[in-house]
Design a binder for this molecule. Structure first.
Ligand code: ZN
Length: 372
């Protein structure tokens, strides 16, 4: 149903509440725990009628094919998909990068296009079957295929609603981006989506339709997030890592004890320390790792045993927008390396300060009417 981007570390599970079911063309397909609960609920609701249970499973296979439509089209534009997760409300394909406005149009359209194809095939099959030539599907109730056809038509209609995080919202944004800059296009598309969500939520309220209200809330929040992410990106645009990196920070030699790290943590505002051996960075010792080390090995433990060896590093000339994609869910800073030397660090805190200052600069320009 929707496309999302994510910047979690490789190998880290997407959500502790989901598990990997299978892989298709190297893309892990995950099932969220709530989806299993949903299946159980449907099964109980259907009171053992396997047809309606089978229909739900078939609809989710169609949702999965829809997501694969997004993922495989994204691959054409050299954007890999981290994983596809199935939730009771639909599927989410996590893309590993941000497509250009043009690519986004085709990636977003590819999902619903899959359901158009499935619906067309089912329509042909039903047409032939009703014409008396459908001996191959003689044992399959027509109503099952007819219901699956209807579900696919709904998947197309629902996903083409021009509101984030629906595919239609992305199509709208990429079309608007042809006439205006991308941030403005996102804000306009988000505003349209939120307007629609309010209208749908209100209609859900007066017609006492809780499902519609939940979907409206989901769209409203999704649109807001998309708009604020886009504003953040606009502040980062045109800047490199060097502009935002922290240049004064302390490192800790790899032979140090946890006690020393704990003292360094208390002595200043720095939370995370690169662990070094001469000029080489061996790992990162985050605040959590220090606490973990203290708890498990005590103050006499060595930092080298507790550091995170999976260090993320970038060159100072990399665009800031690209660098922040590297931030993991664990908020570990990104190291800035030049000619093998550690010259800076980008942390979540100094990045939010950078964004705050950019915002303030833009406001100053707007209120005094000059261009810097
Ligand atoms: Zn979709």
């Amino acid at each position: 149903m929707s496309l999302a981007r994510d910047s979690k570390e490789d190998g880290a599970p997407k959500s502790p509440w989901s598990f990997r079911l299978l892989s298709v063309s190297g893309i892990p397909i995950r099932i969220h725990f709530t989806f299993l609960l949903f299946l159980v609920w449907i099964y109980l609701q259907s009171q053992g009628q396997l047809m309606s249970f089978g229909l739900i499973v078939a609809v989710f296979v169609c949702v999965l094919l829809h997501e694969l439509g997004h993922a495989l089209t994204a691959r054409k534009y050299a954007i890999e998909t981290r994983d596809i997760t199935l939730y009771p409300i639909g599927g989410v394909a996590m893309l590993d990068g941000r497509p250009s406005a043009k690519a986004e149009l085709w990636i977003a359209l590819a999902g619903p296009a899959v359901n158009v194809v499935i619906a067309a095939i089912l329509a042909v099959v039903l047409f032939v079957a009703r014409g008396g030539a459908g001996f191959a599907i003689a044992n399959v109730p027509h109503s099952f295929l007819a219901a699956l056809l209807t579900a696919n038509v709904w998947l197309v209609v629902f996903n083409m609603i021009p509101a984030f995080p629906m595919d239609g919202g992305r199509v709208l944004r990429s079309l608007l981006a042809r006439r205006m800059d991308e941030t403005k296009a996102t804000q306009a598309a988000a505003a349209i989506g939120q307007g629609l969500a309010i209208a749908a939520g209100f209609y859900g309220l007066i017609s006492s339709n809780p499902i519609l209200m939940i979907i409206a809330l989901f769209v409203f929040i999704g649109a807001g997030q998309e708009a604020s992410m886009s504003v953040t990106r606009s502040f980062l645009q045109g800047h490199t890592v060097r502009d935002a990196m922290q240049q004064r920070f302390r490192t800790i030699p790899h032979g140090s004890k946890i006690e020393t790290a704990a003292e360094m943590l208390l002595a200043g505002s720095q939370h995370d320390f690169p662990v070094t051996l001469d000029d080489e960075v061996l790992g990162m010792l985050t605040r959590n790792r220090i606490a973990e080390g203290l708890a498990t090995a005590g103050p006499g433990g060595y930092v080298a045993n507790h550091m995170n060896r999976d260090v993320k590093s970038v060159a100072p000339t990399i665009p800031l927008e690209e660098a922040i994609e590297l931030f993991g869910g664990d908020q570990t800073p990104i190291l800035v390396m030049e000619d093998g030397q550690l010259i800076g660090m980008v942390t979540q805190e100094n990045l939010s300060e950078f964004i705050m200052l950019q915002h303030a600069r833009q406001q100053a320009r707007a209120s005094y009417g000059y261009r810097a």
